[in-house]
Structures are given as C-alpha cells and as structure tokens.
Design a protein around this ligand. Structure first.
Ligand code: GTP
Ligand code: MG
Length: 310
C-alpha cells in the first residue's frame, strides 16, 4: 500500500484534508472524480486533477491484462440465497464486486431474500457464505431481527452471533441514505463486511422527488448513489444487494403493466437484475433480466419458516 503523502503533489496538509474527507487510500482517490474531490476535501481544481492522476498511476488503474481481470473475477465471492435454483440463474449466488438488484411488487420476497443474505454471508465458504459481516441500510423500517434469529436457527448457527455481525441503520432522507452508504467505506475492510443491503434503494428518492419536474434531479442523484455503491463493491470486494419497487406503466395494454422504479439509471448501472413475482402461497418466481454474461432464465423458490429455500 502506498501512503497518501507519497503521491506527487500531496504534502502533509493536503493529506490531512483528504483523510478527513474520507479519502484514506490511494485507491479511493484513484476512483474519485475531480468535482467530488474539490467539494469534499475543499481543494482547488488543479490540486484535485493532479492528485487523482497521481493516485491512478500509483494504484495502477489504467489498462490491465485480461488475465488480471480473469484473476480478479476468480477471486469474486458468492453468497448463496438459500435456494439452489435461484443461485443457479445468477451464476452461483449473489456476487461480490457488483451490485445486484431485485425488484417486484409488495410481498414478492425482496426483504426476505435480503434478510437471508445477511445470515448466509456469515457462513463458511463451503456452506455458501463468505465468513463476513453485513450492513443493512433500511429505508422502510422493515428490518426484523426476529426473522434473522429464525433463519439463523434454521441454519444451525448461533442467532446471537449472527445478529452481532449485522450493522443496521435506518435512513430517513436520500441525503442520509447516501451518507450511510459512504460510511460503509470506513468499516468495510476493518470489520470484514462482505454484504451491503439497501432496502429499498429507491423509496426515499421517490417520495422526496415527486412530480415530473423533479425527475431529472432525482435520476441524477440516484445515479450518483449507485456509483458509490459500485465503488464500495469493487474496492472492498463486497456484494451490494438492493431492492426496488415496481410502478404502473400507463402505456402498456398487453403483457406486464409494471416496471421497476428508477428506469435506465438503475437498470444500466446494476450488475444483475432480478424480477420477482408471486405465484401460489409461498412460492415465488425470479426472472433474471439484463445480465451481461448470463442468459435470461427463471427460477422458482419458496419463502418458508426457515427462510428462502427450493
Ligand atoms: P415490500 O417491501 O412491501 O415491497 O415487499 P417485499 O418484496 O420486501 O416482501 P417481503 O420480502 O417482506 O415478503 C413478505 C412475504 O414473505 C410475506 O407475504 C410472506 O409470504 C413471506 N414471509 C415473511 N415472513 C415469513 C415467515 O416468517 N414465514 C413464512 N413462511 N413466510 C414469511
Ligand atoms: Mg420489503
């Protein structure tokens, strides 16, 4: 690891400013944008550009060989959802270094999968986990420790330990939600966080920015939030799992009259996108939509007392 002070153009004073703004590694500077750095660390444009370029060089973040890309992807971890059929359509579980989105109507199982992942991420790799901790950003007050306890017991792991390894924060505004996400960078490596859940990623944006006039601003801000989540996933080799609602589509008369909130900003930014639909009783169907490397397939799973199964 290179120290900030070793970068060209960074003296102790600037290093201090950068650290207090949350840029504590060369990697975090290498993926920052000029505007972001100017604002957060209160430095001028020339300094920002110089520092970012120096960081990129030091972090070696230009081109890399395909073999290196392959190596990084080989290290990519996966968390089992609890359902082998669901795992299969997403390539073996929810992957680290990326953002996975599930969308679907109320009661389709989005939060249930999120809870299950918080338990499963703590399992050993041979059990489908990553031996890591979880962070749950809750915007709708749906996190239920009792449900986690139930799922942990069903997996034969100590519920107390499992609860201890989940950090929960309730977000009240979009600004708060964005700040909470940024804060994960401070604890991710130190605490061994391997999963970040944002449930739901769009609901606050939807209530704060309502009406046509606010749409552009909302989309821009949502885009920035998703970019933060991506950075977290890539820099810390952790899995980001976000939930999203559906909204009515007034222009569709045949077929499915709903679509995910957030439109293209979200759709193009996430790594894997799952659409959940209710079928009979506790059975759900998941459809993989828009995945860069996997065919569009569907899987059926169950929500049982023990958790996600099937
Ligand atoms: P919204 O957040 O409202 O958009 O929905 P969601 O997609 O997050 O739904 P959620 O994951 O909360 O799923 C709720 C459904 O899970 C319930 O309707 C039940 O069918 C099922 N469920 C929740 N808890 C239990 C449980 O303890 N046992 C069983 N068998 N099913 C449960
Ligand atoms: Mg929910």
């Amino acid at each position: 690891m290179v120290n900030l002070e070793e970068l060209d153009g960074v003296g102790p004073a600037i290093a201090e400013k950068l650290r207090s703004a949350g840029y504590d590694s060369v990697e975090s500077l290498a993926v920052a944008t000029t505007g972001e750095l100017m604002e957060a660390a209160d430095v001028g444009m020339r300094v920002a550009v110089k520092v970012i370029n120096a960081a990129r060089e030091a972090a070696n973040m230009g081109y890399e060989r395909a073999t290196e890309v392959m190596e990084r992807r080989r290290n990519m971890g996966r968390i089992t959802t609890g359902s082998s059929t669901l795992d299969k359509i997403i390539g073996g579980g929810v992957e680290t270094q990326g953002v996975t989105e599930v969308f679907g109507e109320f009661g389709s199982g989005k939060s249930q999968i999120a809870h299950q992942l918080c338990v499963n991420v703590q399992l050993l790799p041979e059990q489908g986990g990553l031996n890591g901790k979880a962070v749950y950003i809750d915007t709708e007050n749906t996190f239920r420790p009792e449900r986690v306890t139930q799922m942990a017991m069903a997996m034969g792991v100590d519920p107390q330990k499992v609860l201890d390894n989940i950090y929960v924060a309730r977000a009240h505004t979009t600004d708060h939600q964005m700040l909470l996400a940024e804060k994960v960078a401070d604890i991710a490596k130190k605490e061994g966080v391997k999963l970040l859940v944002v449930d739901s990623v769009t609901s606050l944006f939807r209530t704060e920015y309502c009406g046509r006039g606010a749409l552009a601003e909302r989309q821009q801000k949502l885009g920035r939030h998703i970019a933060t989540l991506h950075k977290l996933a890539e820099l810390n080799d952790l899995a980001v799992f976000v939930t999203n609602q559906v909204q009515a589509r007034p222009d569709v008369f045949f077929g499915d009259p709903t679509k995910p909130v957030g439109g293209h900003v979200l759709g193009h930014a996430v790594t894997a996108r799952l659409y959940l639909r209710k079928s009979k009783a506790n059975t759900r169907t998941a459809y993989l939509v828009d995945h860069p490397g996997l065919p569009p397939e569907s899987a059926t799973f169950q929500i049982t007392e023990a958790g996600i199964r099937g």
